[in-house]
Structure formats: structure tokens, C-alpha cells
Design a binder for this molecule. Structure first.
Ligand SMILES: [Zn+2]
Length: 410
């Protein structure tokens, strides 16, 4: 078939993405489709309908994950494609749903061209990737891979006190545990980048080699509250000024560490937070992400050294590690296959890392996994303005199709 590649139908892909966005579309052309909501039920029903029309078999596991399978010539472990259909509140039309609709478009292309794959093809929709209604995010892939406990997760409640388990039953998507994903030849997740790198470098395709590891710390600075007008400066124990000095020292040191390191002090609380009172307590977070565990270790060394240098001064300082996660490397052979596909289609691409979490990072512990990114306009996501050029969506799905075809022949 060299020279006459199978290509997807870009117009159909676009129409399908817009059709899926109808389920929970907001007035600003974004999407609110919280996990296990009425909108989620409707989009699931529609997805299943589309798959059945293609002769795919639908199974649903006990976590509400949907698997739609196109049988292959050989009854072997399938090639898995997919992502998630849930969104954050006032999210976009591409996050997650692109990966599911991509699977649909791949299968539609094969069926329309009367190509029966050697290996079965399964499209998967993972329940509650976003964690916007029920924390944590990536809940179902986390349970599948043994990272989270099912019973504990089923008791998680939303803002109105409904548990995950109740919501799952209410929308009629609680299936059987034996339907869970166990074996697959590969899992390929196409997703929007959710960052600005591909757009800035004018590239169409990102071959994602890992989801970066991270650490998250919380700092606490304790001073003394006094009157803002009557306490001379040298006699103060101002927790906020100490915290600011610490933040600057952390920033200076972390910035020099590695140009690919990203770090954030996203949460700050000053108490009592009154303009006439010297702050006596400040709590702030520091999280840092990098693919190399050695760099993360350096971050932790810096944290220890800043702690050391501020100890025994005017304020008491403490820190504690809230949590961390190791870098998840994707399957090297699959990354190579994705690169080869992009190359053979004549698309510009690069290898990159994912700073955000995805279901693929958990599934990677179960089956060979890799991800494809397409550019996000202005790097925006988790927002109604989230957008990706249709042409880039099309290219991403063509890379997926090409790779699926390539895996057939091995
Ligand atoms: Zn997503």
C-alpha cells in the first residue's frame, strides 16, 4: 500500500467533534460535561450508537469505562485508542474528546475502505479523567492500574453529597468487573497539548515520550501579630516578609537549576489578612516538575537548604512534602512508530514531554503506551477558548491511523 496511504476524512472529523460538543455546549462555545452528569450520559449514549453503527461491540466495566471493539481477523489482544469524554466546568471542545473521536474516525475510515484489521481495534472512554466533579483526576485509569482503591473511590462525593458510585448507577453505566481492560497490544492516546510549545515552534505533532515527575511541598511561616502602626520595624516578626524572602531565594535557586524545570507557588495564604495587622502565619505551596528524577532530587535539596538558611531567624519556618510522583516513560517502540508515521505523512513533529497528567500515564503500567499531542492555540485549555486548528486535529488522527496500520503488520 506504499504511496497510497489511507487517510481520514477531515470534514467528517470536524463535524463529529462539533456534534460531541453539543452535549454540554456553553454559550461561549465551550463545554461543561462533568463526569457522570446528564450530559455525560448523553454523550456516552451517542458514542455507543456511533460505534454500533460501525459493527463494533460495546462492553462496559464496573467503573463505567466504555470499550468499543471492532473485531480483527485474529482474535488477539486489541490495539487501544481513546481518552475521556468528561470535561471540567466551562472547559473546551477538544480536551479528551479528541482522543475518543479520533478512534471513531480511524475505525470509520477502515470500515468505509473495507479494511478488516488483523488485530481488533478498541476505542476506550475512561470515566472521570478530569476529577472536576469527583476528585481525584484520572480516577478510573488509576483504579484499573491498581493506583487507587475502588471502594474508596466509589465513596468520593461531589459538591452536593452524591457519591461516585451513586452517580455511576444513576446514569446506567455500571458494568461488570470482568469487562475491565486487561491486555492490549498498545494504547495510543491522542490529546491536545494544553501548552504553547508546538504552536510556538510551528509544529503539528508532538510525540510524547513521558509524563514528567513532580513534587509538591507546603511551607508554613510563623511570626507574631502586632499593631501595624505602633510596632517598630526592628521588633517585628512578620511572617509574610519572611515568606516573600524565602520565595525569592527559592526562585533564584530553582531558576538556575535547569531550563526545562517548571515550578509554581500557586497557593498563598496570609493570616489574619487584615491591613492593620502584621501577618503571623503564611502558608504557601511549591510544586516542581521535570522528567529527570535527578533534577527533582536537586529541587528537594534546594528546599532543604532554604529551610536551613531561614531556620533560627525571626520567624519559625517549616515545610512538608504533600506528595510526589515519578516520571512515567512511554513505550520507546511506540514512540518510534509514531515518529515514523508523522515522518511518512510529511508532518512536522518533535519529541516532547507532558507536564500534565493523563490516563495514559496509569495505563502505561499495564500495556505498551504512548501519546500524540496536537497544538493548542495560545496554549489554552481547561477554558472555553480552548482550540486546536481543524487541520492539526486531522493530522493527529492521520498519525494515529498510520500507526495503527503499522502495528497491524508486525
Ligand atoms: Zn484531557
Amino acid at each position: 500500500m506504499e504511496g497510497q496511504k489511507l487517510l481520514i476524512d477531515g470534514q467528517r472529523l470536524r463535524e463529529t467533534l462539533e456534534r460531541f460538543a453539543d452535549f454540554g455546549r456553553t454559550s461561549n462555545n465551550g463545554v461543561t460535561r462533568l463526569s457522570l452528569s446528564e450530559e455525560d450520559r448523553q454523550v456516552r449514549d451517542y458514542f455507543c450508537e456511533c460505534c454500533k453503527e460501525l459493527g463494533m461491540e460495546i462492553t462496559i466495566d464496573d467503573l463505567g469505562n466504555i470499550y468499543a471493539t471492532l473485531p480483527g481477523i485474529e482474535d488477539k489482544a486489541p490495539i487501544l485508542m481513546g481518552s475521556h469524554l468528561d470535561s471540567v466546568k466551562k472547559g473546551g471542545r477538544f480536551d479528551g474528546v479528541l482522543g475518543v473521536v479520533a478512534g471513531l474516525e480511524v475505525v470509520r475510515t477502515l470500515v468505509e475502505n473495507k479494511v478488516v484489521p488483523r488485530l481488533p481495534l478498541t476505542i476506550v472512554n475512561f470515566t472521570n479523567e478530569e476529577g472536576a466533579r469527583f476528585e481525584p483526576s484520572m480516577m478510573s485509569s488509576g483504579i484499573l492500574s491498581g493506583k487507587f482503591d475502588k471502594e474508596e473511590m466509589f465513596k468520593k462525593t461531589d459538591a452536593s453529597g452524591i457519591t461516585f458510585g451513586e452517580a455511576l448507577r444513576a446514569i446506567g453505566y455500571e458494568g461488570k468487573q470482568k469487562a475491565r481492560l486487561n491486555d492490549a497490544r498498545a494504547f495510543l492516546e491522542l490529546h491536545i497539548e494544553q501548552g504553547p510549545i508546538l504552536e510556538q515552534e510551528s509544529l503539528s505533532i508532538g510525540v510524547v515520550e513521558c509524563v514528567v515527575g513532580m513534587v509538591c511541598y507546603e511551607w508554613e511561616v510563623l511570626g507574631e501579630s502586632d499593631h501595624a502602626g505602633t510596632t517598630p520595624m526592628p521588633l517585628r516578626k512578620d511572617a509574610l516578609f519572611t515568606a516573600v524572602d524565602m520565595m525569592m531565594e527559592l526562585r533564584n535557586k530553582l531558576t538556575k537549576l535547569d531550563k526545562e524545570l517548571v515550578y509554581t507557588m500557586g497557593r498563598v495564604n496570609a493570616e489574619p489578612n487584615i491591613h492593620t495587622v502584621i501577618p503571623d502565619r503564611v502558608v504557601f505551596s511549591l510544586e516542581a516538575r521535570h522528567k529527570d528524577p535527578k533534577v527533582i532530587q536537586e529541587v528537594e535539596n534546594i528546599i532543604a537548604s532554604v529551610q536551613e538558611s531561614f531556620s533560627g531567624k525571626e520567624c519559625e519556618v517549616k515545610n512538608r512534602k504533600l506528595w510526589g510522583r515519578d516520571t512515567v516513560m512511554f513505550d520507546e517502540a511506540l514512540c518510534g512508530a509514531l515518529e515514523k508515521s508523522a515522518e511518512s505523512l510529511g508532518y512536522s513533529y518533535k519529541r516532547m514531554v507532558s507536564g500534565a497528567g493523563h490516563d495514559a500515564q496509569f495505563i502505561a503500567s499495564m500495556v505498551p503506551t504512548a501519546m500524540v499531542f496536537v497544538p493548542s492555540i495560545n496554549g489554552k485549555s481547561h477554558s472555553e477558548v480552548e482550540c486546536t486548528e481543524w487541520e492539526d486535529c486531522e493530522k493527529g488522527v492521520n498519525v494515529l491511523l498510520e500507526t495503527v496500520m503499522e502495528l497491524q503488520s508486525k
